[in-house]
Design a protein around this ligand. Structure first.
Ligand code: G6P
Length: 486
């Protein structure tokens, strides 16, 4: 069994003495796939993402990274030309595909599909081909290959051509754009993306909402090319009318939090240390509103801060009595738009602190240095969790905070997060653009009676752990293996 993703479970940095340091990769994809474990028959194929990773690849014996760095997983990193990777990852995957699926464009100005875009697209193709070739070399006869996310949309069709004996799955960790928005992309690119993914035997998504959007995009590209089978008896599938009616099945696998791991990890001594430090920053007897994100445009951190400012304005009774703990960890800093967003988050937090802060009270405690133990400490101290993305494939933080919080927390949750389908009933729902509604939801969340908050939190935690990562992973594997045997 092979897994393929752009980011692997580990990344490396080189220190000033030239020594390599390994650390865990970030994001929901890596958390989900950690369930692969150290199975001797599985290999995780990923890309080298920087100088540290490239040095690690050169050092890797037999092409596999040292088990000590990967937590026992067998990991092969592909050393793809740095310029090709930069165009594919920054230029196409994160600046175009991510924007399309999260509907982030400000359309009067963007997107512009010009010659530069076409140049970057050629790199995206080359980068996908490098993965297809790496996987084709690595895979035993009849192996199952699980390809992950929008970076690798073309891999399934490329790999099928090289190795028709393999069973190929593709999983999207993001939302999928509705066809009206997907149609922003040039026609041939839309077709290439869909044809690439439909090279898989099965494509899967985190919710039916995203899976349905994908099927509608296929329908949109013309009935003479694809026929979408609606779920009435037979499982949903897409038929390729021009390829001898080959079928691609469409599935959904929600991803939950890893309850056992998080509960145990959040009681380790380094987390207790961080809790003591955070308590000192918060001050005694105050409520907390906690958010933890990559500093990601789709996470909507700035509007979250504006909602908190509105709360302090409209409900002065909360001044001095609440602290907003916001952890916003740097992400995709090669892209100017992410750097600008990071600066905006810091600026708005500072504005709130200087407008409302007092000598004994800092209204917003913002940390930007990634620290997993400190995130868990904040989870434990949370009275309210704020998760308000513009759009999100799932959002694991919404599932993790209720699970770990000590007193039980209320969840203010965007309707546009995939997690809303499972958690909506016990959350306070918000339209992510509506700052006033979000401010009211924060007030309501802070005002919930202790008993009700604890009850809701218990139900949220139960829903959050219903489909732990190991189950998510094994269900996908089983679904592909069943296709094989049928
Ligand atoms: C999301 C994507 C993942 C990605 C992660 C972190 O969860 O679905 O594919 O790895 O964000 O983003 P990055 O660009 O740092 O890999």
């Amino acid at each position: 069994m092979l897994v393929a993703s752009n980011r692997g479970p580990v990344s490396y940095t080189v220190d000033e003495h030239g020594s390599l340091h390994a650390r865990r990769g970030g994001g929901g994809l890596v958390s989900g796939l950690s369930a692969i474990g150290s199975d001797a028959d599985s290999v995780w194929v990923c890309a080298a993402l920087g100088d540290g990773d490239r040095a690690a690849v050169r050092r890797a014996e037999g092409g596999l990274l040292p088990a000590g760095d990967t937590g026992g997983q067998r990991v092969r990193m592909l050393d793809i030309d740095a310029a090709v990777h930069a165009d594919a990852y920054n230029g196409i995957a994160n600046s175009v595909l991510w924007f399309v699926h999260h509907m982030l464009y400000q359309t009067p100005l963007e997107p512009v599909f010009d010659a530069e875009f076409r140049r970057q697209w050629a790199s995206y193709e080359a980068y996908n081909r490098a993965f297809a070739e790496g996987l084709a070399q690595e895979a035993a006869a009849g192996a199952v290959v699980l390809v992950q996310d929008y970076h690798l949309c073309l891999v399934p069709a490329m790999l099928r051509e090289l190795r028709p004996d393999l069973r190929i799955g593709h999983f999207s960790h993001t939302p999928w754009a509705p066809p009206e928005y997907f149609a922003l992309l040039p026609d041939d690119i839309r077709e290439q993306l869909l044809a690439g993914m439909l090279g898989a035997d099965r494509v899967a998504f985190l919710t039916w909402r995203w899976a349905t959007a994908f099927m509608r995009c296929a329908e949109d590209l013309g009935a003479e090319r694809y026929l979408v089978g609606r779920p009435c008896g037979a499982p949903p599938h897409i038929e390729h009318l021009r390829e001898g009616r080959r079928r691609t099945h469409v599935g959904v696998h929600s991803l939950g939090a890893d309850g056992d791991f998080l509960r145990a990890r959040s009681h380790e001594p380094d987390v207790a240390e961080r809790m003591a430090a955070l308590r000192a920053e918060i001050g005694a007897g105050r409520r907390t509103i906690v958010r933890v994100d990559r500093t990601e445009l789709s996470k909507n951190i700035v509007r979250g801060l504006l909602a908190y400012r509105q709360l302090l304005e409209d409900r002065p009774e909360w001044r001095e009595r609440v602290v907003h703990i916001a952890f916003a960890y740097p992400s995709r800093q090669d892209l100017a738009v992410y750097r600008d967003y990071t600066a905006a988050v810091q600026r708005v937090a500072e504005e709130i602190n200087s407008a409302y802060g007092t000598p004994g009270w800092t209204p917003v405690v913002l940390h930007v240095k990634d620290d997993f133990a400190r995130s868990l400490a904040a989870y434990r101290l949370a009275d309210v969790a704020l998760v308000n993305p513009i759009r999100d494939g799932m959002n694991l933080v919404a599932k993790e905070i209720p699970l770990v919080s000590e007193q039980g927390c209320a969840l203010v949750l965007s309707r546009e997060a995939g997690a809303y389908e499972e958690l909506g009933a016990d959350a306070l729902a918000v339209n992510p653009y509506d700052v006033l509604q979000t401010a009211r939801a924060l007030h309501e969340a802070l005002s919930l009676p202790d008993g009700e908050r604890a009850e809701r939190s218990k139900r949220l935690a139960a829903a959050a752990t219903a489909l732990p990562p190991a189950r998510w992973f094994l269900d996908q594997l089983r679904a592909l293996q069943e296709l094989q045997s049928s």
